[in-house]
Design a protein around this ligand. Structure first.
Ligand code: GLV
Length: 330
């Protein structure tokens, strides 16, 4: 047992909590919502490790409060909730959980593609609203998936798995990525597009799979939506801030594109009075692309192992700022 305190920002998987309790003193914020800022500042001042969710923003002031904080471990791949340069400067190691969620996210992306194209949620809403009073298919006619063109933006782990699934649906697959990946093109039969605009102009389904960075923030705005075909769909399981939601509302309500299915928004949760929620051609889910029970547990365990390694001086399973060690005092 090492003398150290871990603060968990909500109840996670019990197995991960047990792993931590076997090694350290652990305190859990026993609610599903992020701890209030004041409480977070207080807890950070006392603990050596924070176990966080990607919804928990940890900014420079919070890091300054963590006088003896040695590691922040995100139960997420994305680390856009963390001030990375500040953590590094303060010698705080940052952990994340890559390599686990890709298949679950790719499955979910396909569920959204199928839902948007074949109008599953739309039809479900209509049946429950009492509108299925006689047999007819006409109000529910959708767009095929097979034989259509999928445009993947960002061909990392998730994008590649989406491409693989698209092969099973007999789709043509285009991709746009900062770096061309000829081996993957060969393996998965994907075609590289030299510009985002050319992908947007050809795809029937555009699916976003890049991380949120200063370059990808607002990547899809009014001009990009206008480049898409009027019969095309936008699918977003990346981060909400990659798409300008006002422009998306205009495009969906004005017929610039046929529909969208988004698992992420900005802000999250989306306010109930957001006009997007009034649109019949939008499907929205609450940031759950990775949320299968097996993936949730595996990510929580990896986040716990990141903390155990960091606090016992072992190499972390995944650390995004190993340079932090050079800045550590004491
Ligand atoms: C989920 O959004 C993640 O970053 O893991």
């Amino acid at each position: 047992m090492v003398e150290a305190k871990v603060f968990m920002s909500r109840p996670y998987h019990p197995e991960a909590e047990t792993l931590l309790r076997e090694n350290f003193e652990v305190e859990v914020w026993d609610k599903e919502t992020s701890p209030p800022r004041e409480l977070m500042l207080e807890k950070l001042a006392e603990c050596q490790a924070l176990f966080a969710e990607s919804y928990d923003r940890v900014d420079a002031e919070m890091m300054a409060a963590g006088k003896s904080l040695r590691v922040i471990s995100n139960r997420a791949v994305g680390t856009d909730n963390l001030d990375i340069p500040e953590a590094t400067r303060r010698g705080i190691l940052l952990g994340n959980t890559p390599g686990i969620l890709q298949d679950s996210c790719a499955d979910f992306t396909f569920a959204l593609i199928l839902d948007a194209g074949r109008r599953i949620t739309f039809s479900d809403r209509d049946v429950r609203a009492g509108n299925w009073t006689y047999l007819t298919q006409t109000p529910y006619i959708g767009t095929d998936i097979h034989g259509k063109t999928l445009g993947i933006v960002g061909l990392g782990g998730i994008g590649q798995r989406v491409a693989r699934r698209a092969g099973g649906f007999d789709m043509r697959v285009l991709y746009y990525s900062r770096t061309r990946k000829p081996e993957i093109e060969e393996e998965l039969g994907t075609e590289w597009m030299a510009s985002l605009d050319s992908l947007l102009g050809e795809a029937d389904y555009v699916s976003l799979h890049m991380p949120l960075t200063p370059e990808t923030e607002g990547l899809i705005g009014r001009l990009q939506l206008e480049r898409m075909k009027p019969e095309a769909f936008l699918i977003n399981t990346s981060r909400g801030r990659t798409v300008d939601l006002k422009a998306l509302y205009e495009a969906l309500s004005g017929g610039t594109i046929a529909g969208a299915a988004i698992d992420v928004s900005d802000p999250e949760p989306i306010p109930l009075d957001d006009p997007l929620l009034s649109l019949p051609n939008l499907v929205i889910t609450p940031h759950i692309a990775s949320a299968s029970s097996a993936t949730f547990k595996a990510m929580a365990n990896m986040a716990a192992l990141n903390i155990i390694a960091a606090l016992t001086g072992q190499p972390m399973p995944s650390c995004i700022n190993p340079d932090a060690l050079e800045h550590r005092r004491g």
